[in-house]
Design a protein around this ligand. Structure first.
Ligand code: NAI
Ligand code: MG
Length: 468
């Protein structure tokens, strides 16, 4: 150990290392100039295809898919999962081009999780009777699925895999800013020789989504996106027999107790809010720190923040990529301006943002009061609001002081405290000494304005089944 440099400060090692550019090659993805809608196994390109897509899905449903033995449906899903793995590099590059997320994340998170989701639900396809004993599960019919732009391929997997495993057919609409991975996925659908019409993809903005929601031959709507649109869909479907699940926004509390392992907690905080530029519904956007460790933790957090590299999503060294759209950047800027206005103290590490494109530096707000907009509203960007607490009761009260209820994090060395907190936090998912950890076997979903219904796990089959 003699030749290792000893430094006075316990701060993470030098922040001044230079990294040579390490861009992924764009050549592994080939895109066409234009795509139409993928309907009934063909590319069509006229605007009124929603109806055609629903008809194709209905036909495929009636002409065999819903009657296939589960073990046969499973083969298709396993096939899709394997092809996703085989083509994962290509899809990872495309996903970064699609939405601006760092290649490190599309490669190590989005792609493996998307494949895992298909593998997982392939396993359930022939075991539905065991999943729901004595309830005679039957598919629902045609599912209309509307997904957002933050995890385009992963949300597609979350929607399509359970729907197909249960014997439904689908019409899926990706978000208008990120249709590319869904369109290339049609290639996999063909490669897997899925019967035409089982998976249909229609592109377009909210109007295409609305046409799908109101189409009379759609039996189930699954939506992930903003609370505002979720509420509008719920109003639209009130009084109809269509089934509905909504996965909406969040304003999760990440709660750090004074007995937590602080360096690990700092990694969890960073992963909680800067992962995918903070475009994450379950992001740990409100940090609740126990007062006795406040100064120490904020010091560590700021030092760690300075090591984040913001830039080219295709560069393998980038930690934080591009903001998804101009609109989203403006929303982040508006809320950050409100935070300053209301009296919070802003910290951003020195970092050079690329000139071209939409970028936002990793940001921490301290001195935040619960009433501030940055403590109440979903920012959906790399912006953390820090609040403090003294007792566990106060932590619970502050954590639950939100209209949302999607997720939460607890950091402490005491198992009993984790359980105590988990019972009191109004959140669909509570992570303990970790954050943003996903597994297809684990149900995910919210309470209150975060929506209802669960995706993932055995729970995730239920919205796609009818019971006698
Ligand atoms: P959005 O809810 O408008 O978009 C999500 C999806 O819904 C897109 O595919 C969009 O085309 C579709 N859509 C829009 N209007 C529709 C309608 N009337 N009927 C059916 N489908 C419709 O979300 P947006 O405007 O992109 O983002 C606004 C805010 O929403 C973000 O700043 C963020 O706070 C939140 N959000 C939350 C997400 C989550 O994962 N929970 C995902 C995306 C946004
Ligand atoms: Mg919108």
């Amino acid at each position: 150990m003699t030749d290792i440099e000893r430094r006075k400060s316990a701060a993470p090692a030098p922040t001044s290392w230079d990294y040579a550019p390490a861009p992924e090659s764009r050549d592994v993805v080939t895109l066409r100039e234009r795509y139409g809608h993928y309907v009934g196994g063909e590319w069509l390109a006229t605007p009124e295809e929603v109806d055609g897509a629903v008809r194709a899905a209905r036909e495929a449903y009636a002409n065999g898919w819903s009657e296939l033995p589960g073990s046969e449906r499973a083969k298709y899903l396993f096939r899709i999962a394997r092809i996703l793995q085989e083509r994962s590099r290509e899809f990872a590059v495309l996903e970064s081009l699609n939405g601006g997320k760092p290649i490190k994340e599309s490669r190590d998170v989005d792609l493996p999780l998307a494949a895992a989701h298909f593998f997982y639900y392939a396993g359930w396809a022939d075991k539905l009777e065991y999943a729901f004993p004595n309830r005679r599960p039957k598919p629902v019919g045609v599912a209309g699925q509307i997904i957002p732009w933050n995890f385009p391929l992963l949300m597609l997997a979350w929607k399509i895999a359970p729907a197909l495993a249960c014997g439904n057919t689908v019409v899926l609409k990706p978000a208008e800013t990120t249709p590319l991975s869904a369109l290339l996925f049609c290639d996999i659908v063909r490669q897997a020789e899925l019967p035409p019409g089982v998976v249909n993809i229609v592109t377009g903005d909210g109007r295409t989504g609305a046409a799908l929601v109101t189409h009379e031959d759609v039996d189930k709507i699954a939506f992930t996106g903003s609370t505002e649109v979720g509420k509008a869909i719920q109003r639209e479907l009130a009084g109809t027999s269509k089934k509905l699940t909504l996965e909406l926004g969040g304003k999760a509390a990440n709660v750090i107790f004074d007995d937590a392992a602080l360096d690990q907690a700092v990694e969890g905080i960073i992963n909680g809010i800067y992962f995918n530029q903070g475009h994450v519904c379950c992001a740990g956007s409100r940090l609740l720190v126990q007062e006795s460790i406040y100064e120490q933790l904020i010091g560590k957090l700021k030092r760690r923040l300075a090591t984040l590299r913001v830039g080219d999503p295709l560069d393998k060294n980038s930690d934080v990529g591009a903001i998804n759209s101009k609109m989203q950047l403006e929303r982040i800027e508006e809320l950050v301006a409100a935070g300053k206005e209301e009296g919070a103290e802003i910290y951003q590490p020195p970092c050079k943002l690329p000139e071209k494109g939409y970028w936002f530096a990793p940001t921490v707000f301290t001195n935040v009061a619960q009433s501030y907009r940055i403590a109440q509203e979903e920012i959906f960007g790399p912006v953390l609001s820090v609040l403090t607490f003294r007792t566990p009761d106060e932590a619970v009260e502050k954590a639950n002081n939100t209209m949302y209820g999607l997720s939460a994090g607890v950091w402490t060395e005491k198992g009993s405290r984790i359980l105590w907190m988990a019972q009191r936090l109004h959140a669909g998912v509570v992570w303990a000494n970790t954050y943003n950890r996903f597994d297809p076997a684990s149900p995910f979903g919210g309470y209150r304005e975060s929506g209802f219904g669960r995706e993932g796990g055995r729970h995730g089959l239920e919205p796609y089944l009818e019971f006698e």
